[in-house]
Design a protein around this ligand. Sequence first.
Ligand code: HEC
Ligand code: HEC
Length: 328
Amino acid sequence: MFKHFKSNWPLVLIVGIVILVTFFQFIHSPVQQEKPLSENLNDSLWIPPSLFTDYSISGDERKQVIYGQDIIAHTAIYFGPKGSIAQISNGMNCQNCHLNAGRKNWGNNYSAVFSTYPKFRSRSGEVEGIYKRVSDCFERSLNGSAPDSNSKEYKAIYAYIKWIGQNVKKGEKPKGVGIEKISFLNRAADPEKGKQVYIAQCQSCHGANGEGQLTLAKTSYEYPPLWGEHSYNIGAGLFRISNFAGYVKSNMPFNIATHNDPKLSNEEAWDVAAFVNSQPRPKVDLSKDWPDISKKPFDHPFGPFSDSFTETQHKYGPFKPIVEKIKD
Ligand code: HEC
Ligand code: HEC
């Protein structure tokens, strides 16, 4: 025994030191808080529920939520031009704009949908339920039409949105909801400058003509289109450049930028938004939108307006004078 120890004494010494150091570290370190489970620890303002940890739902209810999540993440597989259920949309996925299936902070998440709908929206001039809001994105962002409100698919989307918002109190909006409002420039956003940003930081994925790139199976996009016939139409939320700039600043280039570590300056975000939204895209009849024109948002780019600013200024800015006028 002693002989054995003697021949191995360096090893025994090292093991001994390691045990001692670990022990002292353990008793001296403050109590470690268990970190919440979240996919975006950096951005973890709202903590979305996760199917991996939430077993409060089971059986058919659970299957329905999983199906809903899958439709949000892979909409094109079900409803794209080669959709297995119906061919009623442009091939984009809801998740392209509602990142992480609507679970990412500052990534246009769904945290406050269940808590705030039904609500009055000035765009339609009506009280809208969740079905109307979901249909809006099918008709505008996906430039198509929505599945029936009685379909298994819509019911699954609804179940998923309800489940996602389960921890948000009625009427509340958690921090990190939707899209960040970034501060205005003192000048109009500039499509020419934005083009340079696009070439340097976006084109590699979204393509020289904003056309995106399909997957090998050609049933959905690896990189979604930003303009052209398969992109969102002029009635979509992203066609307002404040939404586009805010979304892109916190989230693009994809998997590189985050809300806390953006890769674009405010100027670059506004300019690239101006460039992309000056390119051609599908049109849609907007004559029924904003029945009360005084409620049009500052960057709604189509007249008539209740103020005297031009369509161009409403599209590209400068926005400060418009917003000040709205406040009066
Ligand atoms: C091209 C981008 C894009 C796509 C694709 C898209 N959306 Fe949206 N969606 C938006 C924008 C922008 C908003 C409005 C954000 C704002 O005004 O703050 C929005 C808002 C919503 C809202 C309301 C959120 C809230 O808190 O009020 C719901 C619900 C929604 N979308 C569901 C969907 C569904 C379901 C799909 C797929 C069928 C989809 N969206 C696809 C861009 C998109
Ligand atoms: C590394 C590849 C990559 C780069 C670079 C990149 N994106 Fe994206 N972008 C994506 C992917 C992938 C998605 C969809 C994310 C998803 O579905 O989860 C996306 C989604 C988007 C969307 C919403 C969906 C749509 O098609 O309308 C916009 C807007 C967007 N990107 C703009 C930009 C802009 C502007 C830049 C440059 C500043 C940029 N992206 C750079 C990969 C990229």
